[in-house]
Design a protein around this ligand. Structure first.
Ligand SMILES: NC(=O)c1ccc[n+]([C@@H]2O[C@H](COP(=O)([O-])OP(=O)(O)OC[C@H]3O[C@@H](n4cnc5c(N)ncnc54)[C@H](OP(=O)(O)O)[C@@H]3O)[C@@H](O)[C@H]2O)c1
Length: 257
């Protein structure tokens, strides 16, 4: 498929690295120049053009990867045709607004990629279901169609938990590094321990998290002791309250924030 990206920033870099470059022809805009030149150094077959219109002209599927306010300036100056599939990854840009901005294209959707899409295995909530997204990323990532646009909103909120969870791992690794005097070994231990545990957790049905937690929760054991202490501190209540606040923010901005 001919696939183009409007906006060549952080998420585009990851999306492009996560594509099968043998299967798909890729066009990007020069901006951000540091990213576009890095991507072309990795794959000289990537076409670099100056404008969003040139991206659209060369593509069957177009990813819009701009900040929402920038998209409001850029998209009205771009002409799409009915046959284009348009995939927005933008927070704060409702589907209805996208529909009118890219008319007469009708195959449009919103999805939420995260940087890990570069490696594959990134869950992709999407509304509405998109054949183009499935074709491009489905082979390496679980695509999760949701029932309506509002159902994307709690996924946007949860996408905002990554830094807090990673901070917990960093805290643990730093603590270990201080004790053993070897930051590399500490980070290796922690990332491999949790990497292995997280890949064992992947499932398509509810209950796996409960099972693993129960296995770790032997009364008086190390895991149960720390878990009880952290729970008693109100940490998980704060996490739920933080998620509620993100969800309110996302809803106030209409689909995403
Ligand atoms: N980063 C993530 O993990 C992530 C995850 C999910 C969704 N998203 C969404 O993806 C979108 C982009 O996020 P990002 O993190 O990739 O942002 P970013 O790194 O700031 O990239 C934005 C891109 O837009 C380009 N741009 C700005 N004005 C432009 C114009 N007038 N014409 C053409 N290109 C222009 C920028 O180029 P210059 O650098 O030259 O200005 C840059 O390449 C946002 O809506 C965000 O909500 C991001």
């Amino acid at each position: 498929m001919n696939v183009g990206f409007i906006g060549t920033g952080r998420i585009t870099r990851r999306l492009i690295r996560g594509l099968d470059h043998q299967e798909h022809a890729i066009t990007i805009t020069r901006r951000s120049e540091s990213v576009s030149s890095e991507l072309v150094a990795e794959d000289p077959a990537i076409e670099v053009v100056e404008t969003a219109q040139e991206v659209v002209n060369r593509s069957e599927a177009v990813f819009v990867c701009l900040a929402a306010d920038v998209a409001r300036e850029v998209l009205p100056r771009v002409s799409f045709s009915r046959g284009h599939a348009v995939i927005s990854v933008m927070a704060g840009f409702p589907l209805e607004e996208l529909r009118s901005a890219v008319s007469p294209a009708t195959e449009i959707c919103v999805t939420i990629p995260m940087p890990v899409i570069e490696q594959g295995g990134c869950p992709l909530p999407v509304y509405p279901a998109s054949l183009a997204l499935e074709t491009l990323y489905g082979p390496r990532n679980p695509v999760i169609p949701v029932v309506n646009e509002s159902a994307l909103e709690p996924f946007w909120a949860v996408s905002g938990t990554m830094a807090s969870v990673l901070e917990e791992l960093r805290t643990i690794a730093a603590w270990l590094g201080d004790r053993i005097g070897d930051a590399d070994a500490a980070e290796r231990y922690v990332t491999h321990l949790f990497g292995a545990q997280l890949s064992d957790l992947q499932t398509d049905t509810a209950g796996r998290l409960d099972t693993v937690l129960q296995d770790l929760s032997i009364g008086g054991g190390l895991n149960a002791t720390l878990h009880d202490r952290i729970e008693g501190s109100g940490h998980y209540d704060e996490l739920r309250a933080g998620l509620d606040a993100l969800y309110d923010r996302v809803r106030s901005q209409g689909n995403a924030g």
